[in-house]
Design a protein. Structure first.
Length: 262
């Protein structure tokens, strides 16, 4: 089917990251230091620290602002992401952080990066783990609710008794209307990031529009991909059916946190 003139085709999540998002992802989260500090506080506030096997999985690890705090809390982290570029940033950040926070060899030993689809995470496990996290909206990047269910089921079978699954995602179940669908995400003197939401029955088409200032002009980059619409209630229900106990389900500014225990 021919697209209207000027229309942006819907691409896969991997293509979206490679063409647009990976270049600004860490900036989008407030910069590495801010995002790392925020996640360290997130884990500490929930008393998440290594207490048994010490094995943790970070599904959708990005540039490391979740994996590195977990390593500092005593976990041996396997960081999985589709973006090779972001995993390269993670390795650079881990090396840089280790010079300040801990002996360099320790953090290098405690974080392993894997370039793969998060649906394949079981292929990279040799023993049950203590913690699995899928944060920063990663679970909504999957292609379907069935994929999200698979992640939850595989997490349950991969965790040791008492192990935890931590999910954070934006609840897109309620449809925004009219101009509320235009969201100014972040901006500074060099980058303006805006997105537009187009709702479908099971998914949302996310139109990301990024202006980057280069010398004296602004350069436009745009891309469109889909996220699945997950409600907190649906996720909780599926986790309970699988066998998890819900330790926390909270929402702040439309962003949902669920901590489930095996």
């Amino acid at each position: 089917m021919l697209l209207p003139a000027g229309a942006v085709p819907v691409v896969s999540v991997e293509e979206h990251y490679e063409s647009l998002l990976s270049d600004v992802y860490t900036w989008l989260m407030g910069g590495f230091d801010e995002a790392k500090s925020s996640n360290l506080a997130f884990f500490k506030n929930r008393h998440i620290a290594s207490s048994s096997s010490g094995i943790a999985l970070d599904l959708g690890a990005g540039s490391g602002f979740q994996s590195i705090p977990l390593a500092e809390l005593g976990f041996n982290v396997t960081a999985i992401d589709l973006s090779q570029k972001l995993l390269g940033e993670l390795r650079t950040n881990a090396t840089s952080q280790s010079l300040v926070t801990m002996p360099s060899i320790a953090i290098n030993k405690s974080i392993t990066t894997i370039n793969d689809d998060i649906l394949n995470f079981k292929d990279h496990l040799s023993s049950p783990c203590e913690l699995i996290i899928c944060m920063t909206d990663t679970i909504t990047y999957l292609k379907s609710k069935q994929d999200a269910l698979t992640i939850s089921q595989d997490s349950f079978s991969s965790l040791e008794a008492g192990g935890k699954l931590v999910l954070t995602f934006r609840d897109l179940s309620a449809e925004l209307k009219d101009t509320d669908r235009f969201i100014p995400v972040r901006s500074d003197e060099n980058i303006i990031f805006t997105c537009f939401l187009e709702y479908e029955p099971e998914t949302v088409k996310i139109h990301d529009i990024v202006y980057i200032k280069k010398q004296d002009s602004w350069v436009l980059n745009k891309s469109c991909y889909r996220k699945i619409r997950l409600s907190a209630e649906w996720v909780e229900e599926q986790l309970a059916v699988i066998g998890f106990s819900i330790e926390e389900s909270s929402n702040s500014g439309g962003f949902q946190t669920i901590v489930a225990v095996k």
